[in-house]
Design a protein around this ligand. Structure first.
Ligand SMILES: [Zn+2]
Length: 740
């Protein structure tokens, strides 16, 4: 019994042992099969890789086929390699199905870092909630022109500087915030400097907007809330990780610009930056110094432009590849960028709310005219235009600095002003230079040029109109008649002009009095002419043949000798207080010469020649033989040119034609109008000129003393009667100055 039991036990143990051995064998077999699978999977992947690698050159070549633009090629290659790696991972996973976890791991290893662009990030992550015209998820498709701008700011783009001249309503600021969000959330390890024009603006406007964006976008809010409390969100810095700071500076504070080196910079509203910050020089130089150690630094300059000569954004744009957004005409398919000049509109007169006031012009319709086919494009077609548009560079060879220029006409429907509203703004600002400038900057996104380059003779000539002084008088439009006289060696030139409310001007005549201006002949003719015309005031340029000009004005309450002084800062005529002070001093010394700020006068006249409709400031030219081609060519004889002194750009008037008398005469006639005192409104037309200060230095021009003649002959090489006469006059003047 016990023996049998023992045998049974031994058998059972042997059986269990055999089971163990069997299990071990099974396990070993299983192991062997996995190694085998591994080998098979690896071989499959190797074969796949070998096959794919053979196709790489062809795939890359295909990706960039026909593309000329170097920057685009860079992009396309990045994308192609990215797709290729992704593809290899997926196919390797499929090929190694025998060993699923091996395939998945291979795929994860092969996948490249996400090549998100700023636009892709914004489309995925950005929400706009309060205070916007288009709340909800950000869609770059709504403002397709922002796509290239944003994508140049993406990490893998080779572009280094993006210059964006923007008008209002086109979403330029949002592009800036999209880049900020992208850097914070997608990159997460780039320090960034944001510069706004002043610390006050930073605290009052930028910081609240940044907080709002962060608050509205949960991934950003998480980042910031994870950061340490103390440094997370100060006025001057937002720190949300290692090498992950947003430093917020004001261009008016050198201290705020002095930070560590950092790769990324946003310069917002650069045209409002001062040229010198606390005696430490140009803030832009301080900013550039911060980026110097980074080879892949990026700068985003964005601004509404200001004056042509002082506009940093315009200067940066001129150095860039100069892009404009071209859209196809729905009728002929030609691509053009939208220009304000092609926006047409129809107005109706509306009753003014205040009785008696002028009727207001109301724009009732506006449309765009294609410059190729002349067809009308309606604003409703804008979404299609924008979607099909593309940026075209004027200087495609410039690679790393891209400039983008856009105006309000592109603003998506519902975001900015519509075309009709823009046309209304345009109608409203006519006649008001300051408002016109604001319109040009804000809505056209264009720099304001003191129009010199634009005064083209043909366009001024095109606006001659028939009128006569009598009819103007009958319409009670004329308040004053003045003249301006330019003195040349062999002739006097004189423009006669009538002035109405708001200095609306009607040129009446342009006369030439030939003759040696060192002799009395032409001066006598001028005298007779001006007396006949009964001018209220005449300004005579005394810069040439000074003594004769002085002599002419002597004793005439209605004539003033003048001298042009240069400098953009000088007003056409001095302000009343300064003028009185000067006259008090000079009266004792004889006939004073009125200084005229001719540079400002030229800007003023050229700006007025641009006014499209009659009204205050408008200049009329008569259909009269005196106003011929030559007259208008002389009127457009000067151009504003840029000159560089040090690091600053200045502008100066440059004569581009040999003769400019018509322009000088007009300036003198306008100066005469101003020197005669304020234009009476609603008062007596052609009111008497206010009393000129007594000019009694030479009531009697001749005779002069023998001594004067001797001195005159002595002092130089006077050899003609005319020169003797002039010298006598000069000597007489000098003497009388001494006497008083
Ligand atoms: Zn067309």
């Amino acid at each position: 019994m016990t023996t049998a039991t023992l045998t049974e036990l031994q058998t059972e143990r042997a059986r269990l042992k055999a089971l163990d051995a069997r299990r071990e064998l099974d396990e070993a077999t299983a192991q062997t099969r996995r190694a085998d699978d591994l080998l098979r999977a690896a071989l499959a992947v190797r074969a796949l890789l070998a096959a794919v690698l053979r196709t790489v050159p062809a795939r890359l070549a295909q990706a960039i086929e026909g593309e000329q633009d170097e920057t685009r090629v860079h992009y396309l290659l990045s994308d192609a390699v990215h797709t290729l790696l992704d593809d290899i991972g997926r196919r390797a996973e499929a090929a190694s199905s025998a060993l699923p976890e091996f395939g998945a791991r291979f795929r994860r290893g092969a996948r490249p870092r996400s090549l998100q662009t700023v636009s892709q990030w914004a489309d995925k992550q950005r929400w706009l909630i309060a205070g916007t015209n288009a709340p909800g998820k950000w869609r770059t498709d709504l403002t397709p022109y922002l796509r290239d701008i944003q994508d140049d700011l993406s990490e893998h783009s080779p572009v280094r500087t993006v210059v964006f001249i923007k008008s209002s309503g086109v979403g330029g600021t949002e592009a800036m915030f999209n880049w900020l969000g992208y850097c914070m959330h997608h990159l997460g390890n780039r320090d960034m400097l944001v510069v706004v024009p002043s610390l006050e603006l930073r605290d009052r406007s930028f910081n609240p907007r940044l907080s709002k964006m962060i608050g509205e976008n949960p991934p950003l809010a998480d980042l910031v809330s994870r950061a340490s409390r103390s440094s997370a969100n100060r006025a001057d810095i937002l720190e949300y990780g290692a090498n992950a700071r947003i430093i917020k500076a004001g261009a008016n504070s050198a201290d705020s610009l002095r930070s560590d080196h950092l790769p990324y910079v946003i310069c917002d509203e650069v045209d409002a930056y001062k040229w010198d910050v606390g005696g430490e020089g140009d803030p832009m130089t301080l900013i550039e110094n911060r980026q110097r150690t980074f080879s892949r630094a990026k700068t985003f300059l964005v601004s509404t432009p200001t004056n042509a000569d002082e506009s940093r954004i315009d200067q940066a744009y001129q150095r860039s590849d100069r892009r404009r957004y071209h859209v196809p005409c729905p009728h002929c398919g030609d691509f053009h960028h939208l220009k304000f000049a092609n926006l047409k509109y129809r107005t109706e007169l509306a009753e003014s709310p205040t009785p008696g006031a002028a009727e207001a012009k109301v724009v009732v319709d506006a449309w765009y005219v294609c410059e190729s086919c002349g067809a009308e494009i309606l604003e409703g077609e804008k979404p299609t235009l924008l979607a099909r548009g593309r940026w075209i560079a004027e200087r495609p060879r410039v690679k790393l600095v891209r400039g983008y220029h856009i105006n309000s006409l592109y603003a998506p429907i519902g975001l900015g002003l519509g075309w009709r509203q823009i046309a209304q703004k345009w109608v409203d600002v006519q006649g008001d230079t300051a408002a016109l400038k604001a319109f040009v900057n804000t809505y056209l996104g264009e720099v304001w040029r003191e129009e010199g380059d634009g005064a083209d003779a043909a366009s001024v000539l095109a606006r001659v109109e028939p009128y006569a002084l009598e009819t103007l008088r009958a319409a009670r439009k004329v308040r004053r008649l003045t003249a301006g006289v330019d003195v040349q060696k062999d002739r006097l030139e004189c423009s006669l002009a009538a002035w109405g409310d708001g200095e609306e001007g009607w040129l009446l005549d342009h006369q030439i009095f030939p003759g040696d201006t060192a002799t009395p002949g032409p001066w006598d003719d001028l005298d007779e002419y001006l007396r006949d015309a009964r001018v209220a005031m005449v300004c005579v340029d005394a810069g040439y043949n000074t003594s004769m000009a002085m002599a002419f004005c002597a004793g005439k309450r209605w004539a003033l000798p003048t001298k042009g002084v240069t400098g953009m800062g000088r007003p056409l005529i001095e302000d009343e207080r300064r003028r009185k002070m000067r006259l008090r001093v000079r009266r004792k010394k004889g006939q004073p010469i009125e200084p005229l700020g001719v540079d400002q006068a030229k800007s003023l006249i050229y700006a007025r020649l641009k006014l499209p409709t009659p009204g205050p400031g408008y200049l009329h030219f008569p259909a009269d033989p005196a106003f011929d081609d030559e007259y208008f060519a002389q009127l457009a004889a000067e151009q504003l040119v840029k000159r560089i002194r040090g690091s600053r750009v200045f502008s100066e008037w440059k004569q581009i034609r040999p003769r400019n008398e018509a322009l000088d005469c007009l300036i003198l006639a306008l100066a005469a109008c101003r020197l005669a005192g304020p234009l009476a409104t609603g008062g007596r037309p052609d009111a008497e000129a206010p009393a000129k200060r007594a000019t009694n230095w030479a009531d009697d021009v001749l005779p002069t003393t023998a001594e004067d003649v001797a001195n005159a002959l002595d002092s130089g090489t006077a050899d003609t009667a005319a020169q003797v006469f002039a010298k006598m006059m000069a000597a007489r003047a000098a003497k009388s100055r001494v006497r008083r």
